[in-house]
Design a protein around this ligand. Structure first.
Ligand SMILES: Nc1ncnc2c1ncn2[C@@H]1O[C@H](COP(=O)(O)OP(=O)(O)O)[C@@H](O)[C@H]1O
Ligand SMILES: [Mg+2]
Length: 305
């Protein structure tokens, strides 16, 4: 029996997250992998740990699981990039990799990574960086943003989830006030894809394989997220949609992830965002497809098991 590690965030305490961990643990068990579970707040490294950090990591794991001799791979179901980087530096193989998680977690980085790939992206401009003690006294750049993207436009915090950090600005005044209100965090501006507002397509990918898909539709909001009231519908992605998702995860170097597409006029599709830790419980409820099984299968193939 192989031993692997699941890393999650110790501050996210919710049934929704526990369910995901349960799916991964079950899928690992069915492939004869013992999946240990550590949280990022249980992995406090010694302050002075120059040199090889792998023994320190093993010591931390053995505090909780004394009988462990080695770890074959790590499923990193979190966005704690410092921890991810340290674990890779210690020689562990992370799924997803630190870089892929970083580039997906930050929507501006995702855009930068994907823009050269010939993919249809939502026209995007990121806010010029300011300092938290200064903020955006001067919002002149928003005139240029407005001219390029038109109004209404979408404003997003670069790092956000569940639609909670996505805003709609109807005019320049609203764009200014939303920008000032969020001046302590990186922001980006996007063209509002209004054709099928409140609707998006989610394709869960494992390597280059589309394993489960859904259409999300929210009749009451421009954000399709289920948490905000979006409803799920079964959806068979077209070859074109699959090709976009495949290309996006390929460029980002994701082993698994969720690609969100927006729908434009005349069959147009736009990549909205790519999630490195795409929740798959909702899609399981809708389709009966257990993405975790595919994730574990893929990792086992990659590790030669
Ligand atoms: N540029 C856009 N135009 C129209 N709707 C958008 C746009 N960007 C996001 N949305 C809507 O908002 C939802 C949340 O945005 P998204 O970028 O996926 O952020 P999150 O990471 O919070 O899910 C999307 O699923 C989509 O329904
Ligand atoms: Mg999303």
């Amino acid at each position: 029996m192989k031993t692997a590690l699941l890393i999650t965030n110790g501050f996210l305490i919710s049934k929704k997250f526990d369910e995901i961990y349960g799916f991964l643990e079950n899928a690992a068990g069915s492939r004869d992998v013992r999946l240990l579970h550590m949280k990022n707040n249980e992995m406090i490294f010694p302050a002075e740990n120059a040199g090889d950090i792998r023994p320190h990591v093993m010591n931390l794991i053995r505090k909780k699981y004394p009988d462990v001799s080695d770890i074959e791979f790590i499923i990193f179901w979190d966005k704690d990039l410092f921890l991810a980087e340290n674990l890779e530096a210690a020689g562990f193989k992370l799924y997803n990799s630190c870089r892929a998680i970083r580039d997906c977690d930050n929507k501006a980085l995702t855009y930068n990574r994907l823009r050269t790939g010939g993919l249809p992206l939502v026209p995007t401009i990121y806010a010029p960086m300011t300092y938290s003690n200064i903020g955006y006294e001067d919002t002149c750049f928003l005139k240029e943003v407005g001219e390029q993207l038109g109004f209404p436009l979408i404003i997003k915090e670069c790092c956000g989830s569940f639609g909670m950090q996505v805003y709609l600005a109807r005019d320049l005044k609203e764009a200014e006030s939303i920008t000032r209100l969020h001046q302590n965090v990186p922001l980006l501006y996007q063209k509002y894809i209004s054709y099928k507002t409140g609707t998006d397509i989610r394709i869960n990918m494992v390597a280059d394989m589309p394993v489960a898909s859904m259409l999300r539709r929210n009749p009451d909001d421009y954000r399709a997220n289920i948490t905000i009231g979006g409803h799920m519908e079964k959806y068979d992605p077209s070859e074109y949609e699959i090709s976009l998702a495949r290309k996006a995860v390929g460029i980002l170097g994701l082993d698994f992830g969720g690609v969100d597409l927006l729908i434009g006029e005349n069959g147009a599709r736009y990549i909205c965002e790519v999630n490195s830790n795409a929740h798959f419980k909702n899609i399981y409820d809708l389709t009966g497809i257990d993405t975790a099984q595919y994730i574990i299968e893929h990792i086992m193939t990659k590790t030669g098991a």
